[in-house]
Design a protein around this ligand. Structure first.
Ligand code: OOG
Ligand code: NI
Length: 466
Protein backbone atom coordinates (compact mmCIF):
# COMPACT_ATOMS: atom_id res chain seq x y z
CA UNK A 1 0.00 0.00 0.00
CA UNK A 2 1.35 3.43 -0.81
CA UNK A 3 2.05 5.61 2.20
CA UNK A 4 0.50 8.61 0.48
CA UNK A 5 -3.00 7.35 1.29
CA UNK A 6 -2.25 7.59 5.02
CA UNK A 7 -3.75 10.37 7.07
CA UNK A 8 -1.10 12.21 9.11
CA UNK A 9 -0.90 11.46 12.83
CA UNK A 10 -1.48 15.20 13.41
CA UNK A 11 -4.85 15.09 11.64
CA UNK A 12 -5.87 12.05 13.65
CA UNK A 13 -4.92 13.88 16.85
CA UNK A 14 -6.88 16.99 15.78
CA UNK A 15 -9.94 14.91 14.98
CA UNK A 16 -9.59 13.10 18.30
CA UNK A 17 -9.30 16.28 20.38
CA UNK A 18 -12.28 17.83 18.57
CA UNK A 19 -14.33 14.67 19.20
CA UNK A 20 -13.31 14.64 22.87
CA UNK A 21 -14.30 18.29 23.22
CA UNK A 22 -17.74 17.70 21.72
CA UNK A 23 -18.31 14.61 23.86
CA UNK A 24 -17.20 16.31 27.08
CA UNK A 25 -19.30 19.42 26.46
CA UNK A 26 -22.33 17.21 25.97
CA UNK A 27 -21.53 15.14 29.06
CA UNK A 28 -20.57 18.03 31.38
CA UNK A 29 -22.57 21.21 30.64
CA UNK A 30 -20.52 23.25 33.15
CA UNK A 31 -17.53 22.59 30.92
CA UNK A 32 -19.38 24.28 28.05
CA UNK A 33 -19.93 27.28 30.32
CA UNK A 34 -16.21 27.39 31.10
CA UNK A 35 -15.44 27.33 27.37
CA UNK A 36 -17.83 30.27 26.90
CA UNK A 37 -16.03 32.28 29.60
CA UNK A 38 -12.66 31.45 28.03
CA UNK A 39 -13.86 32.55 24.58
CA UNK A 40 -15.17 35.81 26.01
CA UNK A 41 -12.01 36.59 28.00
CA UNK A 42 -9.72 35.67 25.11
CA UNK A 43 -11.66 37.94 22.75
CA UNK A 44 -11.60 40.80 25.27
CA UNK A 45 -7.89 40.36 25.96
CA UNK A 46 -7.04 40.40 22.27
CA UNK A 47 -9.24 43.45 21.58
CA UNK A 48 -7.43 45.34 24.34
CA UNK A 49 -3.97 44.30 23.19
CA UNK A 50 -3.33 44.69 19.44
CA UNK A 51 0.35 43.79 19.89
CA UNK A 52 -0.62 40.44 21.41
CA UNK A 53 -3.09 39.88 18.60
CA UNK A 54 -0.40 40.56 16.00
CA UNK A 55 2.12 38.26 17.67
CA UNK A 56 -0.44 35.47 17.97
CA UNK A 57 -1.33 35.83 14.32
CA UNK A 58 2.32 35.23 13.54
CA UNK A 59 2.77 32.19 15.71
CA UNK A 60 -0.63 30.63 16.03
CA UNK A 61 -3.86 30.88 14.17
CA UNK A 62 -6.39 32.88 16.14
CA UNK A 63 -9.22 30.41 15.95
CA UNK A 64 -7.01 27.82 17.59
CA UNK A 65 -6.20 29.99 20.60
CA UNK A 66 -9.11 28.86 22.74
CA UNK A 67 -8.96 25.18 21.83
CA UNK A 68 -8.27 22.40 24.30
CA UNK A 69 -4.65 22.00 25.26
CA UNK A 70 -4.92 18.93 27.42
CA UNK A 71 -7.08 16.39 29.20
CA UNK A 72 -6.44 13.73 31.85
CA UNK A 73 -7.19 10.08 32.56
CA UNK A 74 -6.31 7.61 35.31
CA UNK A 75 -5.51 4.02 34.44
CA UNK A 76 -5.56 0.89 36.56
CA UNK A 77 -3.05 -1.61 35.17
CA UNK A 78 0.26 -1.89 33.35
CA UNK A 79 -1.50 -3.50 30.37
CA UNK A 80 -3.87 -0.55 30.09
CA UNK A 81 -0.95 1.87 30.21
CA UNK A 82 1.13 0.12 27.58
CA UNK A 83 -1.84 -0.25 25.23
CA UNK A 84 -2.66 3.41 25.77
CA UNK A 85 0.89 4.27 24.74
CA UNK A 86 0.39 2.42 21.45
CA UNK A 87 -2.98 4.10 20.84
CA UNK A 88 -1.55 7.58 21.46
CA UNK A 89 1.43 6.85 19.21
CA UNK A 90 -0.98 6.49 16.29
CA UNK A 91 -1.99 10.10 17.00
CA UNK A 92 1.61 11.31 17.25
CA UNK A 93 1.54 11.56 21.06
CA UNK A 94 4.53 10.29 23.02
CA UNK A 95 5.25 9.98 26.74
CA UNK A 96 7.21 12.97 28.05
CA UNK A 97 8.21 13.36 31.70
CA UNK A 98 7.66 11.34 34.87
CA UNK A 99 5.55 12.78 37.68
CA UNK A 100 5.46 11.20 41.12
CA UNK A 101 2.30 12.27 42.94
CA UNK A 102 2.70 9.95 45.94
CA UNK A 103 4.59 12.69 47.69
CA UNK A 104 1.50 14.86 47.50
CA UNK A 105 -0.81 12.22 48.96
CA UNK A 106 -2.16 10.94 45.63
CA UNK A 107 -1.47 7.23 44.96
CA UNK A 108 -0.53 7.56 41.27
CA UNK A 109 2.44 8.25 39.05
CA UNK A 110 2.07 9.83 35.66
CA UNK A 111 3.38 10.96 32.32
CA UNK A 112 2.00 13.24 29.62
CA UNK A 113 1.40 11.90 26.13
CA UNK A 114 2.02 14.78 23.79
CA UNK A 115 3.14 15.81 20.35
CA UNK A 116 6.88 16.38 20.20
CA UNK A 117 8.42 18.89 17.84
CA UNK A 118 7.40 22.28 16.59
CA UNK A 119 5.33 21.44 13.59
CA UNK A 120 3.29 18.85 15.44
CA UNK A 121 2.69 21.13 18.44
CA UNK A 122 1.61 23.97 16.20
CA UNK A 123 -0.69 21.76 14.21
CA UNK A 124 -2.46 20.60 17.37
CA UNK A 125 -0.92 20.69 20.85
CA UNK A 126 -3.39 18.31 22.53
CA UNK A 127 -1.86 16.26 25.37
CA UNK A 128 -3.24 13.72 27.80
CA UNK A 129 -1.93 13.71 31.38
CA UNK A 130 -2.05 9.99 32.11
CA UNK A 131 -1.81 8.53 35.59
CA UNK A 132 -1.38 4.94 36.68
CA UNK A 133 -2.92 3.91 39.98
CA UNK A 134 -0.42 2.55 42.49
CA UNK A 135 -2.13 -0.25 44.32
CA UNK A 136 1.23 -0.96 45.97
CA UNK A 137 0.61 2.13 48.10
CA UNK A 138 -2.62 0.69 49.54
CA UNK A 139 -2.02 -0.71 53.00
CA UNK A 140 -5.02 -3.09 53.13
CA UNK A 141 -3.76 -6.22 51.37
CA UNK A 142 -7.15 -7.87 50.94
CA UNK A 143 -8.59 -4.76 49.34
CA UNK A 144 -5.55 -4.43 47.12
CA UNK A 145 -6.05 -7.97 45.82
CA UNK A 146 -9.78 -7.43 45.22
CA UNK A 147 -9.12 -4.18 43.36
CA UNK A 148 -6.54 -5.95 41.24
CA UNK A 149 -9.02 -8.67 40.29
CA UNK A 150 -11.69 -6.13 39.34
CA UNK A 151 -9.23 -4.19 37.20
CA UNK A 152 -7.92 -7.30 35.49
CA UNK A 153 -11.37 -8.34 34.40
CA UNK A 154 -12.24 -5.14 32.58
CA UNK A 155 -11.38 -4.30 28.97
CA UNK A 156 -11.10 -0.55 28.44
CA UNK A 157 -10.46 -0.67 24.67
CA UNK A 158 -12.96 -1.82 22.08
CA UNK A 159 -11.75 -4.76 19.94
CA UNK A 160 -11.84 -2.47 16.88
CA UNK A 161 -9.64 0.14 18.59
CA UNK A 162 -7.06 -2.55 19.34
CA UNK A 163 -7.30 -3.95 15.80
CA UNK A 164 -6.89 -0.53 14.17
CA UNK A 165 -3.92 0.28 16.41
CA UNK A 166 -2.25 -2.96 15.33
CA UNK A 167 -3.00 -2.15 11.71
CA UNK A 168 -1.45 1.31 12.02
CA UNK A 169 1.66 -0.22 13.61
CA UNK A 170 1.90 -2.92 10.96
CA UNK A 171 1.32 -0.75 7.93
CA UNK A 172 2.80 2.51 9.16
CA UNK A 173 -0.44 4.51 9.21
CA UNK A 174 -4.20 4.59 8.62
CA UNK A 175 -6.16 5.72 5.59
CA UNK A 176 -9.02 8.20 5.83
CA UNK A 177 -11.76 5.67 6.59
CA UNK A 178 -9.71 3.74 9.13
CA UNK A 179 -8.57 6.97 10.80
CA UNK A 180 -12.16 8.07 11.24
CA UNK A 181 -13.14 4.71 12.69
CA UNK A 182 -10.08 4.75 14.92
CA UNK A 183 -11.14 8.10 16.45
CA UNK A 184 -14.69 6.85 17.01
CA UNK A 185 -13.49 3.62 18.61
CA UNK A 186 -10.85 5.24 20.80
CA UNK A 187 -13.38 7.81 22.00
CA UNK A 188 -15.29 4.94 23.65
CA UNK A 189 -12.44 4.40 26.11
CA UNK A 190 -12.81 7.98 27.39
CA UNK A 191 -16.58 7.92 27.75
CA UNK A 192 -18.36 8.32 31.09
CA UNK A 193 -20.15 5.25 32.50
CA UNK A 194 -22.84 6.04 35.01
CA UNK A 195 -23.24 2.39 35.93
CA UNK A 196 -20.47 1.20 38.21
CA UNK A 197 -18.59 -2.05 37.84
CA UNK A 198 -18.90 -2.77 41.55
CA UNK A 199 -21.58 -2.82 44.22
CA UNK A 200 -22.02 0.02 46.66
CA UNK A 201 -20.23 -1.66 49.54
CA UNK A 202 -17.13 -2.29 47.42
CA UNK A 203 -17.28 1.30 46.17
CA UNK A 204 -17.39 2.52 49.76
CA UNK A 205 -14.40 0.39 50.74
CA UNK A 206 -12.39 1.62 47.79
CA UNK A 207 -13.49 5.18 48.51
CA UNK A 208 -12.43 4.89 52.13
CA UNK A 209 -8.97 3.75 51.03
CA UNK A 210 -8.75 6.80 48.74
CA UNK A 211 -11.32 8.56 46.59
CA UNK A 212 -9.05 8.19 43.59
CA UNK A 213 -8.92 4.42 43.98
CA UNK A 214 -12.71 4.31 43.82
CA UNK A 215 -12.61 6.49 40.70
CA UNK A 216 -10.23 4.18 38.87
CA UNK A 217 -11.45 0.78 40.01
CA UNK A 218 -15.24 1.19 40.12
CA UNK A 219 -15.93 1.95 36.47
CA UNK A 220 -15.73 0.23 33.10
CA UNK A 221 -13.20 2.65 31.72
CA UNK A 222 -10.92 5.63 32.41
CA UNK A 223 -13.45 8.39 31.68
CA UNK A 224 -11.80 11.65 30.70
CA UNK A 225 -11.84 13.60 33.99
CA UNK A 226 -11.21 17.08 32.59
CA UNK A 227 -10.33 19.02 29.49
CA UNK A 228 -8.34 22.23 29.50
CA UNK A 229 -8.54 25.08 27.02
CA UNK A 230 -5.95 27.84 26.89
CA UNK A 231 -6.80 31.25 28.26
CA UNK A 232 -5.00 34.52 27.60
CA UNK A 233 -5.98 35.88 31.04
CA UNK A 234 -6.26 33.16 33.66
CA UNK A 235 -6.80 35.57 36.58
CA UNK A 236 -9.79 37.08 34.79
CA UNK A 237 -11.40 33.69 34.10
CA UNK A 238 -10.84 32.66 37.72
CA UNK A 239 -12.58 35.86 38.81
CA UNK A 240 -15.51 35.42 36.39
CA UNK A 241 -16.34 31.78 37.19
CA UNK A 242 -18.65 32.51 40.16
CA UNK A 243 -20.59 35.05 38.06
CA UNK A 244 -21.40 32.21 35.68
CA UNK A 245 -22.46 29.95 38.51
CA UNK A 246 -19.40 27.70 38.62
CA UNK A 247 -17.17 27.25 41.66
CA UNK A 248 -13.45 27.81 41.00
CA UNK A 249 -10.78 25.98 42.98
CA UNK A 250 -9.29 28.13 45.73
CA UNK A 251 -6.18 29.47 43.95
CA UNK A 252 -4.44 29.43 40.59
CA UNK A 253 -1.63 26.82 40.66
CA UNK A 254 1.91 27.62 39.60
CA UNK A 255 3.85 30.88 39.41
CA UNK A 256 2.28 34.27 40.20
CA UNK A 257 1.03 36.74 37.58
CA UNK A 258 4.09 38.17 35.83
CA UNK A 259 5.08 40.34 32.85
CA UNK A 260 7.14 37.47 31.38
CA UNK A 261 5.16 34.29 32.08
CA UNK A 262 7.11 31.22 33.15
CA UNK A 263 6.14 27.53 33.06
CA UNK A 264 2.44 26.86 33.54
CA UNK A 265 -0.45 28.41 35.45
CA UNK A 266 -3.69 26.47 35.80
CA UNK A 267 -6.96 26.47 37.69
CA UNK A 268 -10.20 24.53 37.50
CA UNK A 269 -13.77 24.47 38.62
CA UNK A 270 -14.44 21.96 41.35
CA UNK A 271 -15.42 18.44 40.41
CA UNK A 272 -19.16 17.87 40.18
CA UNK A 273 -21.17 15.38 42.18
CA UNK A 274 -22.85 13.20 39.57
CA UNK A 275 -25.51 10.53 39.69
CA UNK A 276 -24.28 6.96 39.21
CA UNK A 277 -25.72 3.57 40.08
CA UNK A 278 -24.37 0.42 41.65
CA UNK A 279 -25.63 -3.10 41.07
CA UNK A 280 -26.78 -4.68 44.30
CA UNK A 281 -26.40 -8.45 44.96
CA UNK A 282 -29.94 -9.06 43.61
CA UNK A 283 -29.03 -7.49 40.30
CA UNK A 284 -30.96 -4.25 40.88
CA UNK A 285 -29.43 -0.83 40.26
CA UNK A 286 -29.04 1.28 43.35
CA UNK A 287 -28.67 5.06 43.08
CA UNK A 288 -25.55 6.83 44.34
CA UNK A 289 -23.16 9.63 43.43
CA UNK A 290 -19.57 9.97 42.30
CA UNK A 291 -17.38 13.06 42.12
CA UNK A 292 -14.61 13.06 39.54
CA UNK A 293 -15.16 15.34 36.60
CA UNK A 294 -14.25 19.00 36.29
CA UNK A 295 -13.02 21.62 33.81
CA UNK A 296 -9.66 23.35 33.83
CA UNK A 297 -7.90 26.27 32.11
CA UNK A 298 -4.23 26.84 31.50
CA UNK A 299 -1.80 29.51 30.42
CA UNK A 300 1.79 28.77 29.53
CA UNK A 301 5.09 30.63 29.63
CA UNK A 302 8.76 29.96 29.05
CA UNK A 303 10.35 26.53 29.65
CA UNK A 304 12.94 26.78 32.42
CA UNK A 305 16.42 25.23 32.51
CA UNK A 306 17.29 22.96 35.46
CA UNK A 307 18.73 26.08 37.14
CA UNK A 308 15.55 28.07 36.49
CA UNK A 309 13.40 25.18 37.64
CA UNK A 310 15.39 24.80 40.86
CA UNK A 311 14.84 28.51 41.54
CA UNK A 312 11.12 28.16 40.76
CA UNK A 313 10.80 25.16 43.11
CA UNK A 314 12.69 26.95 45.89
CA UNK A 315 10.60 30.14 45.62
CA UNK A 316 7.34 28.21 45.46
CA UNK A 317 8.16 26.20 48.55
CA UNK A 318 9.34 29.37 50.26
CA UNK A 319 5.97 31.04 49.62
CA UNK A 320 4.12 27.93 50.78
CA UNK A 321 6.08 27.86 53.99
CA UNK A 322 4.51 31.26 54.71
CA UNK A 323 0.96 30.65 53.47
CA UNK A 324 -0.58 27.32 52.44
CA UNK A 325 -3.64 27.77 50.25
CA UNK A 326 -6.74 26.73 52.22
CA UNK A 327 -9.09 24.45 50.21
CA UNK A 328 -12.05 26.78 50.85
CA UNK A 329 -10.28 29.81 49.34
CA UNK A 330 -10.48 31.77 52.60
CA UNK A 331 -6.82 32.88 52.41
CA UNK A 332 -6.53 33.21 48.63
CA UNK A 333 -5.59 36.92 48.78
CA UNK A 334 -2.94 36.28 51.36
CA UNK A 335 -1.58 33.32 49.38
CA UNK A 336 -1.35 35.36 46.17
CA UNK A 337 0.53 38.10 47.97
CA UNK A 338 2.99 35.66 49.56
CA UNK A 339 3.52 34.05 46.15
CA UNK A 340 4.18 37.36 44.39
CA UNK A 341 6.56 38.46 47.18
CA UNK A 342 8.42 35.15 47.13
CA UNK A 343 8.99 35.42 43.38
CA UNK A 344 10.59 38.87 43.52
CA UNK A 345 14.11 37.38 43.02
CA UNK A 346 13.04 35.74 39.72
CA UNK A 347 13.97 38.19 36.92
CA UNK A 348 10.92 39.43 35.03
CA UNK A 349 12.40 40.33 31.65
CA UNK A 350 13.39 37.95 28.84
CA UNK A 351 16.91 39.41 28.81
CA UNK A 352 17.19 38.95 32.58
CA UNK A 353 15.99 35.36 32.39
CA UNK A 354 18.43 34.66 29.55
CA UNK A 355 21.39 36.36 31.22
CA UNK A 356 21.00 34.21 34.30
CA UNK A 357 20.55 31.00 32.30
CA UNK A 358 17.09 30.37 33.75
CA UNK A 359 15.08 29.74 30.59
CA UNK A 360 15.30 28.16 27.14
CA UNK A 361 15.20 30.39 24.07
CA UNK A 362 14.87 29.94 20.36
CA UNK A 363 17.31 32.03 18.33
CA UNK A 364 16.84 33.36 14.83
CA UNK A 365 18.61 35.82 12.55
CA UNK A 366 17.53 39.44 12.60
CA UNK A 367 17.22 41.54 9.46
CA UNK A 368 20.78 42.68 10.18
CA UNK A 369 21.94 39.08 10.51
CA UNK A 370 20.23 38.09 7.28
CA UNK A 371 21.92 40.90 5.39
CA UNK A 372 25.29 40.65 7.11
CA UNK A 373 28.24 40.96 4.77
CA UNK A 374 30.94 39.82 7.15
CA UNK A 375 29.04 38.32 10.01
CA UNK A 376 31.19 37.19 12.87
CA UNK A 377 31.09 33.64 14.10
CA UNK A 378 31.64 34.18 17.81
CA UNK A 379 29.52 32.95 20.67
CA UNK A 380 25.76 33.21 20.57
CA UNK A 381 26.00 35.98 23.18
CA UNK A 382 28.25 37.99 20.85
CA UNK A 383 25.87 37.48 17.94
CA UNK A 384 22.99 38.68 20.12
CA UNK A 385 24.97 41.68 21.40
CA UNK A 386 25.85 42.69 17.88
CA UNK A 387 22.26 42.47 16.76
CA UNK A 388 22.65 39.59 14.30
CA UNK A 389 20.45 37.26 16.27
CA UNK A 390 17.27 37.66 18.33
CA UNK A 391 15.80 35.34 20.94
CA UNK A 392 12.26 34.30 21.83
CA UNK A 393 11.11 32.18 24.75
CA UNK A 394 10.47 28.48 24.12
CA UNK A 395 7.05 27.69 25.57
CA UNK A 396 6.79 25.06 28.31
CA UNK A 397 4.73 22.13 27.03
CA UNK A 398 4.81 19.90 30.12
CA UNK A 399 3.32 19.79 33.61
CA UNK A 400 4.29 20.60 37.20
CA UNK A 401 3.96 17.99 39.94
CA UNK A 402 3.06 20.45 42.73
CA UNK A 403 0.40 22.03 40.53
CA UNK A 404 -0.91 18.66 39.39
CA UNK A 405 -1.18 17.64 43.05
CA UNK A 406 -3.12 20.85 43.74
CA UNK A 407 -5.49 20.08 40.87
CA UNK A 408 -5.95 16.48 42.07
CA UNK A 409 -6.50 17.57 45.68
CA UNK A 410 -9.03 20.27 44.95
CA UNK A 411 -11.07 17.72 43.07
CA UNK A 412 -10.92 15.06 45.72
CA UNK A 413 -13.27 16.94 47.99
CA UNK A 414 -12.74 18.53 51.36
CA UNK A 415 -11.47 15.49 53.25
CA UNK A 416 -7.98 15.71 54.67
CA UNK A 417 -5.19 14.79 52.29
CA UNK A 418 -3.81 11.34 52.97
CA UNK A 419 -0.18 10.64 53.63
CA UNK A 420 1.77 8.18 51.51
CA UNK A 421 5.47 7.61 51.73
CA UNK A 422 7.05 9.45 48.84
CA UNK A 423 8.23 6.69 46.56
CA UNK A 424 8.98 7.73 43.02
CA UNK A 425 9.52 4.68 40.86
CA UNK A 426 10.22 5.80 37.31
CA UNK A 427 11.80 2.46 36.43
CA UNK A 428 8.66 0.59 37.38
CA UNK A 429 6.53 3.10 35.51
CA UNK A 430 8.61 2.74 32.34
CA UNK A 431 8.49 -1.03 32.59
CA UNK A 432 4.69 -0.88 32.83
CA UNK A 433 4.55 1.64 30.01
CA UNK A 434 6.78 -0.53 27.86
CA UNK A 435 9.01 2.41 26.88
CA UNK A 436 11.15 5.10 28.44
CA UNK A 437 9.66 8.58 28.89
CA UNK A 438 11.39 11.48 27.17
CA UNK A 439 13.33 13.82 29.45
CA UNK A 440 11.75 17.26 29.12
CA UNK A 441 14.96 19.21 29.82
CA UNK A 442 16.93 17.34 27.14
CA UNK A 443 14.10 18.08 24.79
CA UNK A 444 14.07 21.88 25.32
CA UNK A 445 17.87 22.05 25.36
CA UNK A 446 17.81 20.26 22.00
CA UNK A 447 15.39 22.79 20.48
CA UNK A 448 17.56 25.66 21.73
CA UNK A 449 20.79 24.09 20.46
CA UNK A 450 19.24 23.36 17.05
CA UNK A 451 18.13 27.00 16.70
CA UNK A 452 21.66 28.20 17.48
CA UNK A 453 23.15 25.76 14.98
CA UNK A 454 20.65 26.99 12.43
CA UNK A 455 21.67 30.62 12.95
CA UNK A 456 25.33 29.71 12.56
CA UNK A 457 24.84 27.76 9.38
CA UNK A 458 22.68 30.51 7.88
CA UNK A 459 25.37 33.07 8.69
CA UNK A 460 28.03 30.84 7.14
CA UNK A 461 25.95 30.41 4.04
CA UNK A 462 25.58 34.17 3.83
CA UNK A 463 29.36 34.46 4.12
CA UNK A 464 30.02 31.79 1.53
CA UNK A 465 27.68 33.50 -0.91
CA UNK A 466 29.74 36.69 -0.74
C1 OOG B 1 -4.78 14.94 36.65
C2 OOG B 1 -4.38 16.18 37.38
C3 OOG B 1 -3.14 16.79 36.75
C4 OOG B 1 -2.73 18.92 35.45
O1 OOG B 1 -3.16 19.75 34.63
O2 OOG B 1 -1.73 19.16 36.17
C5 OOG B 1 -3.44 17.65 35.58
C6 OOG B 1 -5.98 14.25 37.22
O3 OOG B 1 -6.72 14.82 38.04
O4 OOG B 1 -6.19 13.10 36.80
O5 OOG B 1 -4.23 17.41 34.73
NI1 NI C 1 -5.02 19.21 33.88
Amino acid sequence: MSTSSFVSSCSIRSAFSAAMSAMYRAEVPAYGTLMDIVARVNAETLAADPALQASLEETDSLERVSQERHGAIRLGTAEELSMMRRVFAVMGMFPVGYYDLSEAGVPVHSTAFRPVGDTALKRNPFRVFTSLLRLDLIADEALRAEAQTILESRAIFTPAAVELTRKAEREGGLDEGDAQRFVEEVLETFRWHDRANVDLSMYDRLHDAHRLIADVVSFKGPHINHLTPRTLDIDRVQELMPEYGIAPKAVVEGPPTRICPILLRQTSFKALEEAVSFRDPDGNWQKGTHTARFGEIESRGIALTPKGRALYDALLSDSRSHVRPAPDGSNAGEYNKALTDAFAPFPDSWAGIRNEGLGYFRYCLTEKGLNAVMPERGSIDRMVENGFVRFDPIIYEDFLPVSAAGIFQSNLGGEAAQEFTASPNQQRFERDLGAPVLNEFDHYAGIEAASIADCRSQLMRAQAAE
